[in-house]
Write a protein that binds this ligand. Structure first.
Ligand code: TZP
Ligand code: MG
Length: 211
């Protein structure tokens, strides 16, 4: 990973979850939120076919690239490579970090979802570029989510890794300060932006609290 990329791994990381795409198209969301300083998004499609996901991700990848927004794909290295994404975000039951690195190469980002100390240590030792840590709070976006880790869990994670940590799960602008204080480098958010009555206003509020 280049030094320039390392510097980008903080702040707001918007999860473009297709389950939350009813209020506003995800393309629209990327276009408007990029104007408020958003620099990193993740395409997350848990339901569509690979063909559908490819079409949608390709379009979003192009729009993100046009706005200098890093574009990562959730779960799937094949889709990430097919759309020439900047990286992939993997959960604990996706391809191993080792195998993913062989596929993705040294320059693309690999993020790993972690929920406990051992996973943080393993992702760090395995050469991840950043970790997601959570869920910080209960969330509807991931109904089968792991046990809530809490602020103490985040502090512990911070003590175990030098990697950027994105806190995730049920995060709203009101929770940002305590998460940064506990050591988060940034916050990964879906519903608080995508399901907001005004997604631009929500991103602006996030950006302000992240400053
Ligand atoms: N992984 C852990 S919690 C979560 C994911 C994908 C959902 C994040 O979405 P929201 O709507 O910001 O809680
Ligand atoms: Mg996953």
């Amino acid at each position: 990973m280049t030094a320039a990329l390392t510097k980008t791994l903080k702040g707001l990381y918007l999860i473009l979850d297709t389950a939350w795409s009813e209020k506003r198209s995800l393309v629209d969301v990327v276009q408007v939120t990029a104007q408020h300083g958003l620099r990193m998004v993740q395409y997350r499609n848990k339901k569509g076919s690979m063909r559908e996901a490819y079409r949608e991700a390709l379009q979003l990848r192009q729009v993100a690239g046009d706005h200098q927004v890093l574009f990562l794909v959730n779960d799937r290295c094949d889709l990430a490579l097919a759309v020439d994404a900047d990286g992939v975000h993997l959960g604990q039951s996706d391809l191993s970090l080792n195998l993913a690195r062989r596929l993705m190469g040294p320059d693309r980002l690999i993020g790993i979802s972690t929920h406990r100390a051992e996973e943080v240590i393993e992702a760090t030792a395995g050469g991840a570029d950043y970790i997601g840590f959570g869920p910080m709070y209960p969330t509807k976006t991931k109904p089968d989510h792991e046990r809530v880790v809490g602020i103490e869990g985040l502090k512990k994670a911070r003590s175990l890794t030098h990697l950027p940590i994105f806190a995730i799960g049920g995060i709203t602008p009101d929770s940002v300060k305590e998460l940064l204080m506990a050591g988060a480098s940034g916050v990964a958010v879906a519903s608080a932006v995508l399901d907001a009555p005004d997604c631009e206003a929500s991103v602006r509020t996030f950006m302000k609290s992240l400053r």
